[in-house]
Design a protein around this ligand. Structure first.
Ligand code: AMP
Ligand code: ZN
Length: 275
């Protein structure tokens, strides 16, 4: 697969990035987001990097080092958000305290971390004046999420996904784009290893999200073609899911003021024992 060509096509066909538009790339230090920054830069887009240091010991400092090296190599600006400084503890500590709230014990590590990272990314990108955030989500991630939502009996949760998510174009919501939406993980690994990009390949030590991991293992046994078919099915039903989505204006969270669907955003309801 010619990854740069396929990514360029995705950007053009799905209108991910406008002319001269600045994009903030959410960089974890892993292979996917590193490749996004590398390719967007190569394709001539105006990008800056944003990294959240989650405070997970050596793992987090290795991720930060990889991101710093990448931004230095590409000559792009990097914003570092130190989780401990902003939130008073590491992600691990905060997550454990959420899981100790009655009724929240069953919440999975990655689910909690994902909600909080999304909240930080939207808020910080907006403060920095960006209208677009690019993430490293790839074909395998998206096939997993779509199937997971179906297995949960809640396909409507996939309404807010896709290569581009605008969430009704609300002014406080920063549009999210996924330039690797159609690229299989195996291809990304091959490409990044060959190019020797500065990447921390170790998996997050907190990633114990068992059902998703089980599903990932299963998806690793099927050909990429079948994963592409899962995504084709997603694209067929996506317009229906979007139409059915709760109509009406986006709300602003009563606690933090961030845009959300309900009265309180997902991050604040996680943190609060009453919601
Ligand atoms: P994950 O939820 O860990 O699978 O990550 C999905 C995407 O979110 C990655 O490809 C990155 O673009 C972004 N991301 C994950 N972790 C971080 C982080 N620590 N800092 C900035 N962006 C991140
Ligand atoms: Zn909130």
């Amino acid at each position: 697969m010619n990854i740069p060509k396929k990514v360029k096509q995705t950007i053009e066909k799905q209108k991910l990035i406008g002319k001269r538009e600045k994009v903030l790339v959410a960089l974890s230090g892993g292979k996917d987001s590193t490749l996004v920054a590398f390719l967007l830069h190569k394709l001539g887009h105006n990008i800056e990097g944003f990294h959240i240091n989650l405070g997970l010991g050596k793992y987090s400092s290795d991720c930060e080092k990889a991101v710093e090296q990448l931004c230095k190599d590409l000559g792009i600006k990097l914003h570092i958000h130190n989780f401990k400084e902003h939130h008073g503890s590491s992600m691990c500590y905060l997550r454990t305290s959420i899981q100790s709230i009655p009724g929240k014990k069953g919440l999975k590590n990655c689910a909690i971390c994902g909600v909080i990272k999304k909240w930080i990314l939207n808020r910080e990108a907006r403060k920095l004046g960006f209208k677009k955030i690019a993430t490293g989500h790839n074909l395998d991630d998206e096939a997993q999420t779509f199937l997971l939502n179906i297995l949960k009996g809640a396909p409507s949760l996939s309404a807010n996904t896709g290569a581009i998510t605008k969430n009704g174009g609300d002014k406080k919501f920063v549009t999210r784009i996924k330039p690797l939406f159609y690229i299989p993980e195996k291809e990304i690994r091959k490409f990044t290893k060959k190019r020797k990009l500065p990447i921390h390949y170790e998996a997050c030590p907190c990633a114990l999200d068992s059902y998703r991991i089980q599903l990932r293992k299963f998806l690793n046994t099927i050909p990429d073609k079948d994963k592409q078919n899962i995504i084709k099915n997603f694209e067929r039903i996506h317009p229906i899911l979007e139409k059915k989505k709760k109509k009406g204006a986006v709300n602003y969270c009563g606690v933090c003021g961030e845009p959300c669907r309900d009265k309180i955003c997902k991050r604040c309801s996680l943190m609060n024992s009453k919601h």
